[in-house]
Ligand binder design. Structure first.
Ligand SMILES: [Zn+2]
Ligand SMILES: [Zn+2]
Length: 536
């Protein structure tokens, strides 16, 4: 019984952990790395075709985004997740595949012009469909035997619709160990979803630490702040433009807007239009509204019971076509426009920014974290001019960052959840947090709560029967020095792999002496073709 940490180790994205037991290989999450890559991740130590099953905590791409690639590489097992996670993955993995295909198409147009070999997307929409076809939806709170000696249970974590912690019971050599993966821990003070469910015991706990060093600002202020943003913008004849993540955050904004509309909190602008200009966001809203009421908090459940739709209201305009999207800004009625992507890196939001950034009367309302290097961060850092669709746009609009809005528990929330364990885990593995944050949080757990907390790097593995380290790795930092080509250890590693593959080919060729001339000729042709292809 062995656990190997692969992704989201000393960094926040790319969640992926391998458990080997009774000859079976199980992955917990299979996420994509997003944003700046800080540490080198070990490759999957077993062939994708030899992975027997995947347990998925939730649909966010940093946990699910590489499932189509796993399928492309030969995985043919089952993916277990909650029913809502499966529904969200249907749209989110397809969206991710569209982005991959779009990028490949764009690169290939350039590659063709410069005579470079074609660029292959990481995966296609077909691979995404294959991944979704392998998903099996479970309900929260039910123990399910997934194979002999392995049972699991999903528990609501209130981080995203369908998000879960996973309890895993594994029996090997008549010994049963319980391993708990927190997934992402939800923020108790957010509306719509339930609070994270407590778990009473575990032998081993793997816990996230995104905000292990921070306390969120009080979130009860969101509604009045939103009211005041809309009031002052509409009063001066501008538009409120909200770059928003399509799944989760958009529905939270709609929930607040419904309240604002129903209670008439914005004065003097009856019937002001609200546009949700993102097909993915609208598909996600439909999934929210079709979900089991038990997935939501008491307030939303009560609204459903009264027959009130908690996310929809008069003057809400969804299902906007691409042409209509462009028209929105040619109508002078002051309005609220919610669009994706949340960090302004792609998508329709860029059109709305082009039409509103230069307008002193408009307001760009950021409702989520803006990572370094993104257009959202550049704007918040005070850029006076940005380029959109090749055109320089002056920044005159008001910019505002909504405080205290996060889907993750802060330090206090994480500690509360961890302290819910009545029996202390033998080891707490802290991951899914930036380098210093994960280490600081592990130190806090150790010093103040007497927990044996560690922060494994990618490639480190432990024997879960004994709790001993099997292999200890050090983090390999991907350094980027200014003005220099990035010293990328990953590139060096992949290059070494290529050279050893070529040496292997030479060994095979030498061992074929005496083979039929026809076969030798065919082999030589293939090698020459390969050499020709890559020397272009
Ligand atoms: Zn998440
Ligand atoms: Zn995450």
């Amino acid at each position: 019984m062995k656990i190997t940490f692969l992704g989201a180790t000393h960094e926040v994205t790319g969640s992926c952990t391998l458990i080997e037991t009774n000859g079976k290989n199980i992955l917990i999450d299979c996420g994509m790395e997003q944003g700046a890559d800080v540490f080198l991740n070990e490759e999957l130590p077993v062939n994708s075709a030899n992975i027997d099953c995947v347990f998925l905590t939730h649909a966010h791409i940093d946990h699910s985004g590489k499932l189509p690639l796993l399928c492309k590489n030969g995985f043919d097992g089952k993916i277990y997740a909650t029913e809502e996670t499966v529904n969200l993955c249907k749209i989110m993995l397809m969206d991710s595949a569209h982005i991959q295909e779009f990028e490949a198409e764009w690169r290939n147009r350039k590659a063709k012009r410069s005579g470079m070999p074609p660029y292959e997307p990481m995966y296609t929409t077909q691979d995404a469909q294959n991944a979704v076809a392998k998903m099996y939806g479970s309900k929260y709170d039910e123990i399910k035997e997934v194979c002999e000696n392995v049972s699991i249970r999903f528990n609501d974590m209130g981080h995203l619709l369908g998000s879960a912690s996973i309890e895993i019971w594994i029996t090997e050599s008549d010994v049963t160990k319980k391993i708990v993966f927190s997934g992402d821990v939800g923020n108790k003070s957010r509306p719509i979803l339930n609070n994270p469910k407590m778990i009473d015991e575990a032998d081993y706990l793997i816990v996230e630490s995104t905000y292990g060093d921070k306390l969120h600002e009080k979130a009860a202020d969101t509604l009045p702040i939103l009211v005041s943003c809309i009031q002052r913008t509409l009063d001066r004849g501008g538009n409120v433009v909200i770059p928003s993540f399509a799944v989760g955050r958009t529905q939270e904004i709609l929930y607040h807007l419904r309240k604002i509309k129903t209670d008439g909190l914005v004065k003097g602008h009856d019937g002001f239009p609200v546009y949700v200009d993102s097909p993915l966001a609208n598909e996600a809203t439909a999934i929210f509204l079709q979900s089991d009421p038990m997935d939501f908090d008491d307030e939303i459940r009560e609204l459903f019971k009264q027959g009130t739709n908690p996310l929809v209201f008069p003057d809400l305009k969804m299902s906007v076509s691409s042409d209509e999207s462009k028209e929105i800004n040619f109508d002078s009625t002051p309005k609220v426009i919610i669009s994706a992507s949340g960090m302004c890196e792609a998508g329709r939001i860029r059109h709305h920014l082009k039409h509103n950034l230069w307008r002193r009367e408009s307001l760009i309302l950021f409702v989520g974290y803006q990572a370094n290097g993104t257009l959202g961060r550049i704007l918040l850092d005070g850029a006076k001019e940005v380029k959109l669709f090749g055109e320089p746009i002056t920044v005159e609009a008001e910019l505002f960052l909504m405080p205290g809005i996060s889907g993750h528990a802060d330090k206090e929330g994480l500690l509360e959840w961890i302290n819910g364990f009545e029996k202390k885990p033998t080891i707490v593995f802290v991951n899914h947090g930036e380098d210093g944050v994960a280490e600081g949080f592990a130190k806090l757990l150790h010093d103040e709560y007497s927990l044996n907390a560690v922060t494994p790097y990618s490639g480190t593995s432990y024997d879960l029967l004994t709790g001993e380290v099997v292999s200890q790795t050090k983090g390999i930092r991907i350094e980027k020095k200014e003005g220099q080509r990035p010293h990328d250890e990953r590139a060096a590693k992949v290059f070494t792999r290529l050279i050893s593959a070529c040496e292997k080919l030479l060994r095979v060729a030498k061992s074929r002496e005496g083979m039929a001339n026809k076969e030798l000729g065919r082999f030589a042709d293939q090698v020459e073709q390969l050499a020709e292809k890559w020397s272009r």
